[in-house]
Design a protein around this ligand. Structure first.
Ligand code: HSE
Length: 310
């Protein structure tokens, strides 16, 4: 049976000021998805390992299966797949776990089907699976998970995705405290309207962050990592958040905010050494309040999903 195993990266969505429009991919952690092509139509999730949590094996509820089924329908294929999902990252962590599974499964399925679509064309199917996972079809996890790098969703309708360069020496520290935050809930606590004053501040940071990344200005990148719209509400869901952020900044991180809808917190740093230092300091804060945590240090993943076995 033809098979393929794919690495699919975790992602940091929002990136402070870019709620639902910014995201980047990480080299560590990432899921592994194994797909076997079948001549019979239909998807079977044959195995899930790692943090299974509430991960549904039913094909109609599982993001990997939903997205691949949508692809098969679109290209009118009568083939099917057996899918194994090896989770290497925690669920409901703010690291784009469901997005990674969908992106990896789509990427692998497209190859086994003889590449009927370009990778970028797989995005709508991944967005659809996000809708199944958390009620909204936001793309700031699935787009970087599928394309790699730092991605901007300029428009959802019509879909307009831009991949921009990042800084050569950019390292990301992510700390995952052992609490779970459901994305649907983390979205429900947000205000649907914002003040003009906050919009002006946020837009300034959005423009500053993009300019900083394009021009290689670490300082500008760092001071643009500020979120006056979403972070104040979601910080309340993460015990010790402001102390963790302070610890990261005191260690020399360029900036720090909530990864996606949390509870993970990310800090961008201009060297691996600073990223390690920030990770230790952030963990120390969670230790003090008796919350277990796990630190990941990673460069930005530029490649997106990749074949690790075929
Ligand atoms: N932009 C989404 C949110 C990302 O913040 O709700 C969820 O991971």
């Amino acid at each position: 049976m033809k098979h393929i195993k794919i690495f699919a990266p975790a992602t940091v969505a929002n990136v402070a000021c870019g709620f639902d429009i910014f995201g980047f991919a990480l080299n560590n952690p990432g899921d592994e998805i194994l797909l076997r092509l079948k001549e019979k139509r239909g998807i079977v999730i044959s195995k899930i390992t790692g943090d299974k949590g509430m991960l549904p094996e039913e094909p109609e509820k599982n993001t990997a299966a939903v997205s691949v089924m949508a692809l098969l329908d679109y290209i009118k294929s009568d083939k099917g797949f057996e899918i194994e999902i090896h989770k290497k990252m925690p669920l409901s962590s703010g690291l784009g776990s469901s997005a990674a599974s969908a992106a990896g499964a789509l990427f692998g399925a497209n190859i086994l089907l003889g590449k009927p679509l370009e990778v970028k064309e797989l995005l709508p199917f991944a967005i659809e699976s996000e809708r199944v996972a958390c009620g909204t079809g936001h793309a700031d996890n699935v787009a970087p998970a599928l394309l790699g790098g730092f991605v901007i969703i300029r428009s959802y309708n019509p879909l307009d995705i831009i991949k921009i360069p990042t800084l050569p020496e950019l390292y990301c520290t992510v700390i995952h405290p052992s609490i779970e935050i459901n994305t649907e809930y983390a979205r429900s606590i947000l205000k649907s309207e914002i003040s003009l004053k906050d919009a002006v501040k946020q837009l300034g940071n959005v423009a500053g962050l993009v300019t900083g990344l394009f021009t290689g200005d670490y300082n500008l990148t760092g001071r643009s990592l500020e979120d006056v719209i979403i972070e104040p509400f979601r910080a309340k869901l993460i015990p010790g958040f402001y102390d963790v952020k302070k610890a990261a900044l005191m260690s020399g991180a360029l900036g720090c905010s909530i990864s996606g809808s949390g509870p993970s917190i990310f800090a961008l740093c201009s060297s691996g050494e600073t990223a390690e230092k920030a990770g230790k300091a952030m963990k120390e804060v969670f230790n003090k309040i008796d919350i277990q945590s796990h630190v990941y240090i990673s460069e930005i993943n530029e490649e997106g999903p990749k074949i690790i076995e075929s």
